[in-house]
Design a protein around this ligand. Structure first.
Ligand SMILES: [Zn+2]
Length: 178
């Protein structure tokens, strides 16, 4: 039995990575996914994608978005992140769904590196303004549905997300923050 980590409550060795309950003190250790929210911004049959400036998936193209902050509604996350990453103020118009993916490069799968991403359909409000955060985004552009760049990220799911946005449409926003 290999001890991979220690209980944060009592210091005893844990036999496996979380989720696991400490045999010495009974404390539960969890391995929860991280909530994220991304915007599929569409205008005139073209979708706005950003190229990632850092790992994982450096150089791959993704939809604007990111990690939800504590207490933040995912709709607020996509509005905030889209402005930071594209310079566009956006209006979220519908809900697409949640896709679950690994947040890692290559085949390695480490604990706590899973993301649950809520995707929203959105449109821009006016012209782009402000600077794009170049630490996050190295390039951005509008792409026709049949002219998507490669590779896409997350590699396991974004193609399906964009296909859903193109074909299936979105659902109403019954939980839009006021
Ligand atoms: Zn313990």
């Amino acid at each position: 039995m290999t001890t991979v980590r220690y209980c944060s409550a009592c210091g005893a060795g844990l036999p496996v990575a979380p989720p696991v309950t400490c045999a010495a003190c009974g404390t539960s250790h969890w391995s929860n996914p991280k909530p994220c929210a991304n915007a599929v911004i569409v205008e005139r049959q073209r979708v706005l994608l950003t190229q990632r400036a850092h790992s994982p998936w450096k150089g791959a193209w993704c939809s604007p978005g990111g990690f939800c902050e504590r207490g933040e509604h995912p709709i607020e996350t996509v509005v905030r992140e889209a402005l930071e990453e594209t310079g566009f103020r956006i209006r979220v118009t519908g809900y697409l769904g949640v896709w679950v993916d690994d947040y890692v490069d290559g085949p390695d799968h480490r604990e706590n590196e899973v993301i649950n991403v809520a995707y929203y359909l959105a449109e821009t409000m006016g012209e782009a303004r402000g600077d794009v955060d170049r630490s996050e985004v190295s390039d951005l552009g509008w792409f026709g549905w049949d002219e998507l760049p490669s590779p896409l990220a997350p590699p396991g799911t974004l193609a399906a997300v964009l296909q859903a946005a193109r074909n299936a449409g979105s659902t109403p926003l019954l939980d839009r923050p006021q």
